[in-house]
Design a protein around this ligand. Structure first.
Ligand SMILES: Nc1nc2c(ncn2[C@@H]2O[C@H](COP(=O)(O)OP(=O)(O)OP(=O)(O)O)[C@@H](O)[C@H]2O)c(=O)[nH]1
Ligand SMILES: [Mg+2]
Ligand SMILES: [Zn+2]
Length: 301
């Protein structure tokens, strides 16, 4: 009788059907999924089994996740992008121009995952006096979000990014071209370079991973994710949307109705705070915009 031995491993890169896993001993293997129902993502802890006469491993089980980073995709379906994350790093840059609505939707996702969101403003070498962006960044600071201005090109403030990732698993998200991969290349050991990953995957050609995890010398882990033009928060209810905007949630406790949606209700403390400039117009509009998007997708009513 052949005994099948299960090993625990961490999913560190995902392609469409293939994954790269790292065992607790630090060995890397190419792996495929057993059956059709398992959908491992980067950051998952899984059980792997050996396959006779093959180097590739078989993923047989996904361990219970601490959390999931999800979005609603273009078909209106929930898509899980990564798991077991404890820090969301939203990267924006001088170019391409930031979409602050997308920044808000990433922030709201982090709030609902119960993890910290940090805004990293990269490529400041291109325009140190970017007044419009600096004003926005100040607004986020006031709400309580940490922000880091940096330049990969000038190697400035990348140490701050390393510090916040220490002993954590962080994912870098944001539009294409903002410098996520550049930040990873400069800050991580990058034991597995992109070219080596292709070799490990054994496909003979360069395949781009959906997401890939890299190690920092301080035991932090950084996940690189592909740039997406839009990001729609996955939320199932009004209260989840409200929870995603923490200053709105905070002011909302003073509304006349305990279930106030802060839209057309009378005696709404949130609308009053917007009038008084305590909540910015941008954030309030962003909140209303997310509600409309989710209504149009029939995710909430
Ligand atoms: N001037 C300047 N250019 C930078 C900086 N950081 C990155 N870049 C350039 O910006 C371009 C895009 O960088 P990437 O790291 O590929 O961006 P990305 O966010 O990984 O993009 P996707 O993988 O498409 O999502 C590259 O040409 C980089 O050299 C920076 O601090 N300053
Ligand atoms: Mg990239
Ligand atoms: Zn209200």
């Amino acid at each position: 009788m052949i005994l099948k031995i299960n090993h625990k491993a961490h999913v560190i890169a995902t392609y469409s059907q293939r994954m790269i896993v790292r065992t607790v001993n630090g060995e890397h293997f190419n792996a495929r999924i057993k059956g059709k129902n398992l959908r491992p993502v980067c950051g998952d802890w899984v059980l792997i089994e050996s396959i006779k006469n093959e180097n590739e491993k078989l993923i047989t089980k996904i361990s219970v996740r601490n959390n999931e980073l999800s979005r609603i995709n273009t078909r209106g379906k929930r898509e899980i992008l990564a798991a077991n994350i404890n820090l969301l790093i939203i990267v924006i840059a001088v170019h391409p121009e930031p979409d602050w609505y997308v920044v808000d939707r990433y922030i709201s996702t982090a709030e609902n995952m119960g993890i910290k969101a940090v805004i990293v403003f990269n490529k400041i070498d291109l325009d140190k006096k970017n007044n419009k962006a600096i004003a926005f960044i100040q607004d986020y600071k006031k709400i309580g979000y940490q922000t880091i201005k940096c330049s990969v090109k000038e190697n400035s403030n990348l140490d701050k990014i390393c510090q916040i990732v220490e002993n954590k698993t962080a994912i870098l998200v944001g539009q294409s071209g903002v410098g996520k991969s550049s930040i990873i290349n400069k800050t991580t050991n990058n034991i597995l370079k992109i070219s080596e990953i292709s070799v490990v995957s054994g496909q003979g050609k360069h395949t781009t991973a959906n997401s890939m995890m890299f190690d920092l010398p301080n035991k932090g882990k950084l996940i690189d994710s592909p740039g997406i033009r839009d990001f729609i928060t996955y939320a199932e209810s009004f209260s989840e949307i409200i929870s995603g905007y923490k200053e709105i949630k905070l002011r909302g406790v003073d509304c006349k109705f305990h279930n106030c949606r802060h839209l057309r209700e009378p005696d709404c403390a949130v609308k009053y705070a917007v009038l008084k400039g305590k909540i910015t117009n941008h954030r309030y509009n962003s909140f209303k915009r997310l509600i409309n998007i989710l209504k149009n997708l029939k995710k909430i009513n």
